[in-house]
Write a protein that binds this ligand. Sequence first.
Ligand SMILES: NC(=O)c1ccc[n+]([C@@H]2O[C@H](COP(=O)([O-])OP(=O)(O)OC[C@H]3O[C@@H](n4cnc5c(N)ncnc54)[C@H](O)[C@@H]3O)[C@@H](O)[C@H]2O)c1
Length: 311
Amino acid sequence: MTLNGKVAIVTGSGRGLGLAYAAELARRGAAVVVNDVDEEAAAGAVEAIRGAGGSATAVVAPVGPARTARELADAAFDTYGRLDVLVTNAGVLRDAVLWKMSDDDFDTVIDVHLRGTFTCVREAATRLREQGEGGRIICVGSPTGQRGTFGQTNYAAAKAGVVGMVRTWALELRKAGIAVNTVIPVAATAMTATVPYFAAAVEAEERGEPMPGFFRRDLGFGTSDDVAGLVAFLASDAAAGITGQAIGVGGDRLQLWTHPEPAVTAYREGGWTYEALHDSFADEMGPLRSVGESFPPLPDDLRRPEGRAGR
Ligand SMILES: NC(=O)c1ccc[n+]([C@@H]2O[C@H](COP(=O)([O-])OP(=O)(O)OC[C@H]3O[C@@H](n4cnc5c(N)ncnc54)[C@H](O)[C@@H]3O)[C@@H](O)[C@H]2O)c1
């Protein structure tokens, strides 16, 4: 099997996308350190992986502090003798529009996603460098970090920060043969279940029916299992040359994101005074860039009353 003999840590893998990643890595032969703050969910994930013939052990601890990162790496080495793959998936949402977002909402999301990714990757990179056999680090971004979303200041900051760190780590860890990439998933999970726009897709999943093609193709919105294949691929030897990338996947859609780069460059001898900008900004810079994601209108048969939201 593709990942035979490899050992992976997947944070936040008690349910949702993390569980799908852990199960897929195990199905392909990796031993998995499952992590979650929810003890029951972590135990359930380990049971499911073992029940399917895989190897897994659980670490119940909150991602964020450095001590959890150490616990996770220790579990990989103490239980399975090595580490090959880290997937930093754990996440929470505390949505509120900027003027209603509390310090606590901001800090909680930054702590889990941004600090949690930093502490886990720092620990894994240290241990992988000591091991000296390369490795794979797969971090998790979001369309919100790429484009911005109304009501998600904290989450946008964290997820944009993850992509920024990944670009830096790809440079820093290249010599050690450690590939670092961001996966940008979109899938029906507890996190997306309350978004009214996705209600018809989530309902279909709950009934065990295939998701409507509009969601899978036009929106790139599918199941957690649809994302797991990319994680397994990036964890494999086949993906050794892929590093520093942000790769989006969901439903039937796969996307390679650009990294920010200057879209228009203009020069003026002596520099850009207020007057020069006033006179020529529009001509020099051309049309401005859009922000936010743009969603196509839902076909009539997939519209749900707003009341379906917030379950
Ligand atoms: N679902 C999507 O469409 C989508 C889109 C973009 C990004 N993401 C990202 O994918 C990841 C997983 O999302 P999901 O939709 O599966 O969410 P989810 O809420 O279904 O699952 C998240 C899991 O992380 C666990 N968790 C929360 N805080 C933790 C912590 N501090 N330490 C350890 N575990 C913790 C939760 O208990 C839960 O089991 C997140 O990073 C999320 O931001 C999801």
